[in-house]
Design a protein around this ligand. Structure first.
Ligand code: UD1
Ligand code: UDP
Length: 352
């Protein structure tokens, strides 16, 4: 049985790490890296740190507008699927790489496996929402991280081969937490004390591509006295440069390059609070019981909002500042599975 995995963006490398490890015990897996993310600290570092098998193909597609980026992926993935004739094509999440893989496979009658199926923000202005809906409707196996995701699919009449197996990102956190504790020096490198800094990540297009929203977010950061550590996504870095925004006025702000996963887990686990618009970081904050504020209007990860473990604030300056002051971690609820999502996926696929 041959599985062709298509991936291309940072969070997909992290999701693939636990799944590939288990999948390869039973199946032949080939990896196609679309090249959507390509900087060493957005791609190679994860393959190295997490022992993800080296991609069999790297399409080198790189950045571009949606049509150009997705179109080039479609052409190149199609050639590989025709050549390799896989039994399944596996995709993760909701990026352009996800949609390209699913679209090619379904047209060639190769069954699609979608991991992290069923997520919805109900905001079709997000490219990710379009990618998710399309991919779910093209998929043969839909592996959902939560019960909410299963319900979302049910309401779109997708009920066959839908499984809530828990979150593969939880598998990744459990597997790597100890390694992070033993191998990361990031707190020392940046002179950070446990519980004494805020961790920030911002990269969502709906924020970065809107100068007013970015100004609001930065103005909120200016009002927070704590030390703030911000591993900045290249998209955000480029946009701020385009807008001519200078971050040096923000007190106690440490802007750093994107970090590897073990350093990121360490930054998350030791943060006082996390401020983010990332899907993965919202969940990791929850897994690690760190209070979180999400700078978006909607979230797909509604379980994290229960009892305000994560507060959804949008981009109003005062709302951001007061949510960060107020947020505390309530009682933890185990709603993301048991950390064995990858094993469950492979068991289900084995039964056919
Ligand atoms: C993509 C996903 C988003 C996901 C994010 C994870 C889509 C539509 N979006 O957003 O869902 O949350 O990845 O991080 O698929 N860039 C670099 N170097 C890189 C990669 C990107 O400089 O290695 C810069 C380029 O200027 C590029 C911009 O970042 O234009 C955006 O990259 P892109 O992959 O198009 O989207 P992301 O914002 O990363
Ligand atoms: N991440 C990382 N280094 C960073 C920022 C994020 O390793 O500098 C990890 C983070 O721990 C999480 C994943 O990347 O596992 C989230 O990816 P991202 O925020 O880019 O995308 P999203 O989850 O929003 O799609």
């Amino acid at each position: 049985m041959k599985v062709l995995t298509v991936l291309g963006a940072r969070p997909q490398f992290i999701k693939a790490a636990p799944v590939s490890r288990v999948l390869r015990e039973k199946y032949t897996e080939m990896i196609v890296h679309t090249g959507q993310h390509y900087d060493a600290n957005m791609s190679d570092i994860f393959f190295e740190e997490l022992n993800i098998p080296k991609p069999d193909y790297n399409l080198g597609v790189g950045s571009g507008n949606h049509g150009k980026q997705t179109g080039e992926m479609l052409q190149k993935i199609e050639e590989i699927v025709l050549m390799e004739e896989p039994d399944y094509l596996l995709v993760y999440g909701d990026t352009n790489s996800t949609l390209a893989g699913a679209l090619v496979a379904s047209k060639l009658h190769v069954p699609v496996i979608h991991i992290e199926a069923g997520l919805r923000s109900f905001n079709k202005k997000m490219p990710e929402e379009i990618n998710r809906i399309m991919t779910d409707h093209l998929s043969e196996y839909l592996f959902c991280p939560t019960e909410t995701a299963v319900e979302n699919l049910t309401s779109e009449n997708i009920t066959r081969n839908v499984f809530n197996i828990g979150d593969v990102m939880y598998d990744a956190v459990l597997y790597n937490q100890k390694l992070a504790e033993n191998h990361s020096n990031i707190l020392k490198d940046y002179d950070l004390e446990k519980n004494e800094y805020l961790l920030i990540t911002i990269h969502r297009a709906e924020n970065t591509d809107n100068p007013e929203k970015m100004k609001n977010i930065l103005s909120a950061f200016s009002k927070m006295k704590e030390v703030k550590v911000w591993p900045i996504h290249p998209r955000t870095k480029h946009k701020l440069a385009d807008y001519g925004i200078d971050l040096s006025d923000i007190p106690n702000l440490k802007i750093i390059d994107p970090v590897g996963y073990l350093d990121m887990l360490t930054l998350e686990a030791n943060a006082k609070k996390i401020v983010t618009d990332s899907g993965g970081v919202q969940k990791e904050a929850y897994f690690m019981k760190i209070p979180c504020v999400t700078v978006r209007e909607q979230t797909e990860w509604v379980e994290t909002l229960v009892n305000e473990a994560n507060i959804l604030v949008g981009t109003d300056v005062e709302k951001i500042v007061s949510a960060v002051e107020k947020v505390v971690m309530p009682e933890y609820m185990n709603v993301f599975g048991d950390g064995n999502a990858s094993e469950k996926i492979v068991e289900i696929l084995k039964k056919g």
